[in-house]
Design a protein around this ligand. Sequence first.
Ligand code: HEC
Length: 124
Amino acid sequence: MSGMAMAVPDDKVDEVAAFFAEQQVQPAAPVKPELVEQGEKLYVAGNPASGITACAACHGPNGNGNPAAKFPALGAQHAAYTIKQLQMFRDGSRANDPNQMMRDIATRLTEQEIEALAMYLSTL
Ligand code: HEC
């Protein structure tokens, strides 16, 4: 990424930023629509039985995140990307989450729950 960023002249950085700021987020049609409802429930309410905190508590009810608290936006994300990140938090190969916030949650998620969450998030 830094290689690409270096190629942008300083006086063009604002233009590039403005271009991306103007783009509209396009939610996708979920690949497995039958999983969306389960994903929504888990996202909004978590799963007290398996100790999964509601994702919405940190990532916001609309998946917009909370930039001030450094909780990233998740809405309209490609499902394959979300699935990959949750699997990596779960197996520990992604470990940049403060206080293991995401790793603690991801280890409690089943493969099916990860898929359901990813389907739901792609629709936000
Ligand atoms: C206690 C707060 C908290 C809760 C609850 C939480 N997350 Fe996170 N999540 C974070 C933080 C902080 C990060 C950013 C880690 C980093 O990259 O620095 C993150 C990152 C992520 C990412 C990676 C985003 C990206 O752009 O790479 C995904 C996907 C994600 N969370 C999904 C979820 C899901 C699904 C749930 C519910 C099952 C959830 N999170 C619950 C705090 C939380």
